[in-house]
Design a protein around this ligand. Structure first.
Ligand code: ADP
Ligand code: TRP
Length: 320
């Protein structure tokens, strides 16, 4: 099965990005034909600083490789390295009803917050549809927030197929519910827009300090607490083994503990998980040739598929 997903290089990845999205990509690469890309064209809707965009793309590639994305198993590439996608984007634009795009929440939210939208932001879901359809993708693992965009993609594919010829493979979204919402340091959804993130590769000491500052409630120590409604426990359970989880659950249910102790356990568990990844990332960062080669090979493989699909599309709609 062809599995595809993209991630925007708009900042350093945080725990929410990993447990909500990247972890799935890595698991799926073993059994499926994974296509994963760094969505630099989408990032251009918000990043207008060329050196920042370049640095972010490199960081995203290093992060994904260090986290376990294996270029010998999955196809890892940069969105803009496949120009066929941009042509497909135009073709899909010609059949995209304005009303469909106006209903997309990502655009509506920005507009409601007074952010002036440009055509790129408005047609963002059409580029996403081109990303998906260009590789005959069958399965698209994404967070809940992207589900509407997958629906737009299916609508565009369906109407193209009906109007011209059966051309596009119909993709389905794959949404993982239990880690769909990793909380941030303030208990809200972790997001770079809320300034409540815990970075995957931020400095270990800084990370520990941030963990020690995670907000907690002010109930007395003696009172037993429900771990399932506590964001500190939710964060701990991302890294803990079953045994560690049971032990900490029992502490919550018994009461009489300080949150400082749980935070320390969280910092230790996160360190144990992240240390080997940090070492791997440092190794990769000193091997530019390896990273460049991985992206080049990925683009080569992806482009071959995109060329075939685009040619099918061109033929179907009369572009010769
Ligand atoms: P951010 O909210 O920090 O801007 P993005 O929107 O760039 O993050 O998300 C990239 C991917 O990570 C998406 O697939 C998204 O669903 C997932 N993701 C982001 N934050 C979380 C979170 N707190 N919990 C689970 N998944 C998340
Ligand atoms: N819009 C997605 C996000 O912000 C990233 C993305 C771009 C994507 N193109 C895609 C995800 C195609 C899945 C499929 O998270």
């Amino acid at each position: 099965m062809r599995v595809l997903s993209g991630i925007q290089p708009t900042g350093r990845f945080h725990w929410g990005n990993y447990f909500g999205a990247i972890k799935q990509y890595i698991e799926l690469q073993h059994e499926h034909d994974g296509y994963y890309f760094i969505a630099d064209l989408h990032a251009l809707t918000t990043i207008r600083d060329p050196s920042l965009l370049r640095a972010n793309v490199r960081d995203a590639a290093l992060d994904l490789l260090a986290l376990g994305l294996d270029p010998s198993k999955a196809t890892l590439f940069v969105q803009s390295h496949i120009p066929e996608v941009s042509e497909l984007y135009w073709i899909l634009m010609t059949g995209a009803p304005l009303g469909l795009l106006e209903r997309c929440v990502a655009f509506k939210d920005k507009e409601a917050r007074g952010i002036k939208a440009d055509a790129g932001l408005f047609t963002y879901p059409v580029l996403m549809a081109a990303d998906i359809l260009a590789y005959d993708s069958q399965c698209v693992p994404v967070g809940e927030d992207q589900n509407q965009h997958i629906e737009v993609c299916r609508d565009l594919a369906r109407s193209f197929n009906a109007q011209f010829a059966d051309t596009f493979v119909m993709p389905t979204a794959r949404i993982v519910k239990d880690t769909a919402k990793v909380p941030g340091t303030d208990g809200q959804k972790m997001s770079k827009s809320y300034d409540n993130t815990l970075g995957l590769f931020e400095d270990a000491k800084e990370l520990r300090k941030k963990i020690m500052r995670i907000s907690t409630d002010s109930r007395p120590m003696e009172e037993p607490k429900d771990p399932d409604t506590d964001h500190l426990y939710q964060l701990y359970s991302l890294f803990a083994t079953d045994e560690q989880r049971q032990e900490v659950r029992a502490i919550y249910e018994r009461g009489g503990f300080g949150y400082g102790d749980i935070k320390k356990r969280l910092a230790d568990a996160a360190d144990a998980f992240l240390n080997p990844l940090r070492a791997r990332r440092a190794e990769l960062a000193s091997d530019d040739a390896y990273v460049a080669k991985a992206l080049e090979d990925g683009a080569h493989r992806a482009r071959k598929v995109a060329r075939e699909v685009l040619s099918r599309v061109q033929k179907a709609c009369g572009l010769t």
